[in-house]
Design a protein around this ligand. Structure first.
Ligand code: ADP
Ligand code: NA
Length: 328
């Protein structure tokens, strides 16, 4: 039996990913290269559904790819590609849209949340989960890493795959959720009751993987805490300290009780100073490698072209089967 295939995507919606993306998702992408046949996709088609600037899209797509390579994705051990370079994604999405119920699509809570924040939500934002289903089903995917917010979309994907198979004959493999271990939810440094988010956090609330050591250290040292003195993990009453303990623990590979013991009787200043060092040590090499990849855009584009070629080898076969089954 083959090793399980996993597919995951990330939107190129900023010049840099942040510490939350890294500790909540991307670090596990690196690990899964060795346990899975991993397909990783910079989902630029998804990134235009909420309005965008073309020049920024070009820059952000390159920056995202460079950063994924910089954190340790290895084109020899995974398939790293850009969604818009594989036209089969949109082609399959159209076919799947034809078997999706309007009511079924209308039940997606992420659309409800995202569209509520916009003046004029697009149809593309509405059909986003159908494109996501195409992303997954094109590659005969066994597993999809999902957080809670993506569970409903994966259910839709499974429903569409099952419906297509029943109507037109067995074509798609039904993907399962992959519960990723050791992920952490990272909170905003300035508002530790909210998640660190490129769309909602203020700049001082986010550590970007391209921050300079000085900027990153300053953000950690200025993180909001509380008026107490104890360094203990208490998400309810001490969300700021709890968030910093989480970041420290996952980056340094030390348990939270060990950290509590280490900082017993010490002040917030000592703790934050040490954490700033840990964060800088983790992100400085990523930032440096990102700039190295970006300094040679021709080589970067070549890697992505090669990734798209590998992806298309699978995607064209799936789409040919689908077109044949539906009568094209
Ligand atoms: P953002 O909220 O900054 O827009 P995305 O929604 O694009 O981030 O998320 C990309 C990936 O990073 C997803 O897998 C998501 O679960 C993960 N992620 C985003 N923010 C955090 C966070 N603060 N903590 C943990 N994981 C996160
Ligand atoms: Na692999």
């Amino acid at each position: 039996s083959r090793i399980p295939r996993v597919l995951s995507g990330i939107q190129p919606t900023a010049e840099s990913f942040h510490l939350g993306n890294y500790l909540g998702a991307l670090r596990q992408w690196v690990a899964m290269q060795d346990t899975h046949d991993a397909f990783y996709c910079v989902v630029d088609l998804h990134a235009i559904t909420a309005g965008h600037d073309p020049e920024a899209l070009v820059r952000r797509r390159r920056a995202s790819a460079a950063q994924l390579l910089a954190i340790g994705l290895d084109p020899d051990r995974c398939t790293l590609f850009v969604q818009s370079q594989v036209p089969e994604h949109t082609q399959l999405s159209w076919v799947l849209g034809a078997i999706t119920g309007f009511g079924e699509a209308s039940r997606m809570t992420q659309f409800k949340d995202k569209s509520a924040k916009q003046e004029r939500a697009s149809v593309g934002l509405f059909t986003y989960p159908i494109l996501q289903a195409a992303d997954i089903l094109l590659y005969d995917t066994d597993e999809v890493p999902v957080g809670e917010d993506q569970r409903q979309h994966l259910e839709l994907t499974r429903d569409l795959a099952g419906r297509f198979n029943k109507t037109f004959g067995k074509t798609f493999r039904l993907p399962k959720p992959h519960i990723v271990k050791d992920t952490a939810k990272i909170c905003d440094l300035q508002d530790p009751t909210a998640k660190m988010s490129k769309s909602n956090s203020v700049p001082a609330g986010i550590v970007d993987l391209r921050d300079t050591p000085k900027a990153a250290a300053k953000k950690i040292r200025s993180a909001v805490t509380d008026t107490g003195r104890e360094i203990v993990f208490d998400e309810e009453n001490k969300p700021g300290i709890a968030n910093l303990l989480t970041i420290f623990s996952v980056l340094a590979g030390v348990t939270i009780p060990e950290l509590e013991a280490r900082y017993q009787g010490k002040g917030y200043g000592d703790f934050k100073g040490d954490l700033a060092d840990v964060v800088v040590e983790a992100i400085a090499p990523i930032a440096r490698r990102t700039e190295e990849y970006l300094a040679d855009p021709a080589q970067l584009d070549k890697l992505l072209t090669e990734g798209a070629r590998k992806a298309r080898a699978v995607a064209t076969a799936t789409l040919a089967d689908v077109y044949d089954k539906v009568g094209f």
